[in-house]
Design a binder for this molecule. Sequence first.
Ligand SMILES: Cc1cc2nc3c(=O)[nH]c(=O)nc-3n(C[C@H](O)[C@H](O)[C@H](O)COP(=O)(O)O)c2cc1C
Length: 192
Amino acid sequence: MKLLVFAGSTREKSFNRRLAKATSAMAAAGGAEVTHIELGDLDIPMYNADLEARGTPPDVIRLKHIAYEHPAWIICTPEYNASYPALLKNTLDWISSPVKADPAWTDGFKSTRGKVVGVLSASPGALGGLRSQSHLAPLLLNLQCWLAPVNFALGHAGDAFDEQGALVSEPARRHVQAVIDQVLWAAARLQP
Ligand SMILES: Cc1cc2nc3c(=O)[nH]c(=O)nc-3n(C[C@H](O)[C@H](O)[C@H](O)COP(=O)(O)O)c2cc1C
């Protein structure tokens, strides 16, 4: 199963980037074909329809292809003001915007429809960014994704990783593994 993993942060020492890396490593160790991407490696501007009318940015097209090719995704979201960050909204807005000049991408939902998505979050706070997930969920449903009902919010994220970036706590690893397992299980059954 092809699993796409990314975090909604570009911060160098981001907890969500660390969580995404730990998740990718765990999923790969379990046999999944994991693609781990860093949103910071993509040149994606703030969405603007005038800019789009001059041509969808090449990295948006690249991301649409990557998203389309992966039936299973796991997103690690930070929490900003009890919601998910603008980076994630902007990225998902671009992914879902039709490319009018390209017949292969006039269907805006092509790269999101039917994807099985697991959501994780990490925060230095006690709730682990859980509230961001409740805002991200309707966006993913609007993109016609299947949302995995098992989720996990990693609280006190400053103490959660060892020097190698692995999750220190066994319960945290079990929770992340449960999300990985459910996403892969459901994607195997729901892909067309
Ligand atoms: C504008 C802003 C709002 C924030 N709001 C919240 C919040 O509502 N809940 C929370 O747990 N943390 C909040 N934080 C702290 C983030 O969880 C923290 O900066 C975290 O490290 C960001 O994720 P990252 O480490 O993956 O970059 C906020 C941070 C910023 C910059």
